[in-house]
Design a protein around this ligand. Structure first.
Ligand code: HEM
Length: 452
């Protein structure tokens, strides 16, 4: 750990990292995050990240910064861009609660990335546009409700698609990522756009191409032709909205054309990709923790045939998989004015990074940092007291903060009630050794039919 004394602090500014420490943050934290892909993961990089423990290095780097400079926000020395990182749960909470003013979600870098495929999405919006688009997303996703008002229909769709995945896995004896993901996306297209979109992989392939471009933000020229083709294709589903889909729900909730429904839906399509990653990792955790799997099976048995039960333990397992391997490692904000902190201030237009793997795996503050511990999530989807934010928190919290755990817990129910899944290469995930990065793409399970 680097323990050289911190440079003197100006009374008017928060602590500032040395040039060497700034370079170390870029090397250990920023570049690996960009390398893995912020908008769509690059598989090979994720595989390497697990092998060489990239995320463990990043967490250690952040801990070393806090040891050296203290827990306040830390400004990095980056030319032409004021940039700071958050080093305490308290400051993370303050930033999230103070969003979008004075901590705007639509930072310059984020807008530049999202411009590739959803320029008018809520995530890229500020001011009045953000207010009305946020409302539309919350109304569509029933943000505050653990069980969505259309849950019974969605549960039936989820069960049908998970059943198909199980049948194919039983026939081959294996459940691997690619077959899971193809089946998962059939489900996603039905939930988001309706039954007619089930096999429309052309639409999600177009989005995938644009997401790869978006990984490079302003370094990549906008492919306006593909973007228009994608948005026009998507708009057709919104115009003929299936009432049993989120698009149908959104069309009904839309009160103002500036809410731009077809610009909100790309996020619904792409953000279920991390939803799948975390589901697969939850299955790996359950396979490695048979005592928890037993409790989960007990919860499923108790729920019986209820169409869309809440399944608190399954949700808690999923949330802890997201804590251990956060799918949104970088929560970004940009200050809209000068902001005062306990020690000094950050000026307007400073980009702020909350690097969630650091808070989630900080073994200096969280005793169970590297253990699977669903009990952390008994009372909600965020632990502001501990700095644990798989879905973020505050007014910009993911509006699917309840919808995603609902969908995934129902999907896990459908899978676990049909098959027993045993992780291949079990040494990759053991109670005493949960890697800092878990490459979901190379996970696979042997599959046995459940007889009782
Ligand atoms: C595992 C799955 C998911 C995780 C972990 C997740 C997490 C997050 C996080 C951390 C943010 C950033 C919030 C911030 O900047 O403070 C976010 C934003 C957002 N998420 Fe999710 N999300 C997931 C899936 C979804 C899904 C499936 C949808 C839609 C159906 C969705 C809709 C959104 C929207 C619309 C925003 C932008 C919110 C705003 O700017 O006000 N997310 N999500």
């Amino acid at each position: 750990m680097n323990r050289t004394p911190a440079p003197p602090v100006s009374p008017h500014s928060v602590s500032q990292a040395s040039i060497l420490d700034t370079l170390a943050v870029l090397k250990d934290v920023v570049l690996p995050t960009l390398g893995k892909g912020p908008l769509i993961r690059r598989r090979k990089v994720v595989t390497v990240a697990e092998r060489v423990g990239l995320d463990a290095k990043a967490v250690k780097r952040m801990q070393a910064l806090r040891d050296k400079y203290g827990p306040g926000p830390l400004r990095l020395r980056i030319p032409f861009r004021s940039q700071a990182v958050i080093l305490s749960a308290e400051d993370a909470g303050m930033v999230l609660e103070g969003s979008p003013e004075p901590f705007a979600a639509a930072s310059l870098e984020k807008r530049s990335a999202l411009n590739h495929f959803q320029p008018d999405s809520v995530l890229a919006s500020h001011g009045h546009d953000r207010t009305i688009r946020r409302r539309l997303n919350e109304d569509t996703l029933d943000t505050g409700c653990p069980v969505h008002s259309m849950a019974d229909h969605f549960a039936a769709v989820i069960d049908e698609e998970m059943d198909r995945i199980c049948q194919a896995a039983l026939a081959s004896g294996t459940l691997d990522w690619d077959s899971f993901f193809i089946g998962w996306y059939r489900m996603v297209r039905r939930l988001v756009l309706g039954d007619a979109a089930r096999d429309d992989s052309e639409l999600t392939d177009l989005l995938e191409k644009l997401r790869y471009d978006a990984n490079l933000a302003f370094l990549k020229r906008k492919d306006r032709k593909t973007r228009e083709q994608f948005l026009t294709h998507l708009r057709r589903y919104v115009d003929a909205a299936d009432p049993n889909s989120l698009a149908g729900r959104m069309a009904k909730a839309c009160t103002d054309p500036n809410q731009q429904p077809h610009h909100q839906l790309p996020q619904y399509l792409f953000a279920f990709d991390p939803g799948a990653m975390a589901t697969f990792r939850t299955l790996a955790l359950l396979s490695a923790h048979p005592e928890v799997e037993k409790e989960v099976r007990h919860e499923l048995a108790e729920a019986g045939n209820a169409p869309a039960p809440r399944l608190d333990l399954v949700r808690a397992c999923y949330l802890d998989a997201l804590r251990l391997w956060p799918t949104t490692p970088a929560i970004l904000r940009e200050t809209t004015r000068d902001v005062a902190w306990a020690k000094g201030q950050l000026e307007a237009a400073t980009q702020i990074l909350i690097y969630t793997p650091f808070h989630h795996r900080d073994d200096q503050t969280l005793p169970q940092a590297h253990r699977f511990d669903p009990s952390l999530w008994k009372n909600g989807n965020a632990r502001a007291d501990l700095g644990l934010y798989p879905f973020s928190d505050g007014p910009v919290v993911c509006p699917a903060v309840n919808f995603v755990p609902m969908v995934t817990s129902l999907a896990l129910r459908s899978l676990l009630s049909r098959v027993r899944l045993n992780l291949n290469q079990p040494e990759r995930v053991t109670p005493g050794n949960l890697p800092a990065t878990l490459d979901n793409y190379t996970l696979s399970f042997t599959t046995e039919r459940l007889t009782s």
